[in-house]
Design a protein around this ligand. Sequence first.
Ligand SMILES: [Zn+2]
Length: 233
Amino acid sequence: MKKKGLVILSGGQDSTTVALFARSECKELHGITYDYGQKHKTEINSAKRIAKFLKFKTHVIIKIPNILKSTSPLINKKKKLEKYDSYNEIIKGIEPTFIPSRNILFLTIASNQAVLIECKTIYMGVCEEDYGGYPDCRRIFIDSMENSLGLGISGSKKYIKIKTPLMKLTKMESIKIAIKKCKNMEEFNKIFKETHTCYDGIKGGCGKCHACMLRDRGFKEAGINDPIWILRK
Ligand SMILES: [Zn+2]
């Protein structure tokens, strides 16, 4: 069993699933969450509760407001969030919510934190299957960051490992694995009721944004009721 794992925890479904992976592989869990000027703070509160539930040894909230500039409605108040009535309407290509360089910055800061706590493994919930529109969610980018961060920190490409266990999984597959990684359904429901995915910051999800669409479809395909649905108005 690896000693330490640092989880990039947004408070969403994917990063929480990755935290469950880390729990099954590491003796000691650490978390890092970014407050990067996103319009809603719901997911930061979710991250805090999940870190507590999973008994993270440390959990830091890094404030980076007003550094990332983008047309993404996640951080730009003038841009309206795209809402969809069905999954098929989702635009192919780069999703409007994409924030250039965000994952580069997140991994850079996480690597600094990893050195501080003497941890060599970073866990991140990126996935190329569902997020084809996000170039910084692909393994080719993660490999390149792993090499660059390692070279920049220690002179060796192999210094830091960035684990992305969801990379090739569909949402449905990742939900099924999250259930397997939990002690029982009761624990799964407890943890996932705390997760927040909606880009609009609506508790229980709006059901119409890109993130809600993907999450809802995954749960429906898995034949599982999403515990956040009872919170939905
Ligand atoms: Zn939503």
